[in-house]
Design a protein around this ligand. Structure first.
Ligand code: ACM
Ligand code: ZN
Length: 483
């Protein structure tokens, strides 16, 4: 028989589950007590319980039916839920851990209620849990197709439900410059697939919302390529102002001061983002090869190739971030460059990239496209492009950031990130492109390899789906994204 035990349906799978005899009847839960720092998340527990008709009154009495308690001996992301006949106790060291306990508790309630509220119980026992990887990311491309702040917040909320913690926000590309900026004219956004820009207040609002949900933001401005819209509006920074293309001119002495102004603004909008992404992918050298200023700069720098000049350029840009206390991040280039060791490399195209950059000291985030690009079709009846692979939920589940590497390469891999590029994904398709594959991905990011078993994952997913959990996520994350 399929196990509906509420500890056995959690996605991502937890580290440890201990089951004991006895149970708490959910209908008997009346009071909730939270340590002061958990007041905000306590409201989430109350709202969630109300979905199932359980009316929880917040109580100053620590002897309540449901207790959210701080336990300073736990690690930052660690959490536990202990169910005793007398009370349910959720513990964590801080708000992040408690938000993970909340997401697990939500799944437990859905499983417990599957046969109806009259018989809904949480069995006695304890779940303790912490993540495998510190970096559990998801990237949303808001440049190709724009999403309203409400949709972006809904995505962040969905991430939080699966205990993901890093929202990489791809804000600029050839097709759109989504930051309403003082440094960049609005015309940079003129060639978009869908209109829209985020005001600084909206960007800050999303950052504040993400912080409340235990998610940090990695904003990205993609340079020196992927900049067609911006260069159309500011052709003076292109190699050929009459035909600006998508790459900044590396030999123009005004390019770097301009870009530093642009990034300074980004740092001001996102003061709490420790990592800033500078792109660095897919710059075409063709303009540079024909540009007298780029050719002169290459010669003066003794670089030998345009890739060498690009490397110098990006190194200088990453120093700008380091001097301001931020960590730079770049897409892996796969064209042989090495970057300063304090730069995080996002490995997306070449599965062997960690082998190349780890000995240089770089940390790596694993985003290999044929396992983790969520724009790729889940089945081939969806719209797709010729460069894409089919990426089923099972295909996502099979990936492992450590692949087959030896220990010293594994140590360089700080985590993983799934990416939703939106060339073919208008706003209304975003949530469905993310679910249900996000659960499979979350298990790759959070759970220990020994806990990963496809058929067991399918069992848990089917139970949660049947219980209405995925429908709840779609509705609830959208509705609450408005806040
Ligand atoms: C990428 O997919 N161009 C990073
Ligand atoms: Zn040039």
């Amino acid at each position: 028989m399929k196990s509906e035990h509420p500890f056995d349906i959690l996605i991502p799978a937890p580290v440890s589950v201990v089951k004991q005899e006895g149970a708490v009847t959910l209908a008997n839960l009346k009071t909730l007590h939270a340590d002061p720092e958990f007041t905000g998340i306590a409201e989430e527990f109350v709202r969630l319980a109300a979905v199932f008709g359980i009316r929880l009154a917040v109580s100053p009495d620590p002897d309540a039916d449901l207790v959210l308690r701080r336990n300073g001996t736990l690690e930052t992301d660690e959490w536990s839920i202990r169910v005793e006949p007398s009370a349910i106790l959720a513990e964590s060291a801080g708000r992040t851990g408690m938000s993970y306990a909340f997401s697990a508790f939500a799944q437990m309630l859905f499983a417990a209620e599957i046969r109806g509220p009259a018989s809904a119980v949480l069995p006695r026992g304890t779940v303790t849990d912490k993540p495998r990887f510190a970096w559990r990311g998801f990237m949303l491309d808001s440049a190709r197709h724009f999403q309203t702040p409400a949709t972006v917040k809904a995505v962040i909320r969905l991430m939080a439900h699966f205990r993901l913690n890093t929202f990489h926000w791809h804000l600029t590309d050839n097709q759109g410059w989504r930051i309403a900026s003082d440094a960049v004219p609005p015309e940079a956004n003129a060639a978009t697939l869908t209109a829209g820009q985020y005001t600084k207040d909206e960007l800050r609002g999303v950052a504040e919302f993400a912080a409340r949900h235990g998610v940090r933001i990695v904003p990205e401005i993609d340079i020196p390529g992927h900049s067609r819209g911006l260069l159309k509006a500011c052709p003076q920074y292109a190699c050929d102002a009459a035909a600006p293309g998508g790459e900044f001119c590396l030999g123009n002495p005004e390019t770097i001061p301009f870009l530093k102004k642009v990034f300074a603004e980004l740092l001001d909008i996102f003061p709490d983002s420790p990592v800033i992404h500078m792109g660095g992918d897919e710059a075409d050298t063709a303009h540079w090869e024909k540009c007298p200023r780029c050719l002169a700069a290459m010669k003066a720098a003794g670089c030998g190739t345009m890739r060498g000049l690009e490397n110098r350029f990006m190194t200088e840009m990453t120093r700008f971030l380091i001097e301001r206390g931020r960590t730079p991040m770049l897409w892996g280039t796969c064209s042989g460059q090495t970057y300063p060791p304090d730069t995080i490399i996002q490995s997306w195209l070449d599965i062997r990239e960690p082998l190349r950059v780890a000995p240089n000291g770089n940390k790596v985030v694993y985003s290999v496209h044929n396992s983790l690009y969520f724009d790729y079709p889940e089945n081939l009846s969806e719209p797709f492009e010729t460069w894409m692979f089919e990426l089923s939920e099972k295909g996502v589940y099979m990936t492992d950031p450590h692949i087959i590497w030896e220990e010293k390469v594994k140590d360089a891999i700080i985590g993983t990130e799934a990416c939703l590029w939106t060339e073919r994904v208008p706003e209304w398709r975003v949530m469905r492109k993310i679910l249900p594959r996000l659960g499979a991905y979350a298990e790759c990011a959070w759970s220990l390899p020994g806990k990963k078993l496809w058929h067991d994952f399918l069992r848990r997913k089917e139970l949660l789906e049947a219980a209405g959990y995925y429908d709840f996520l779609l509705g609830n994350c959208r509705e609450r994204g408005e806040e």
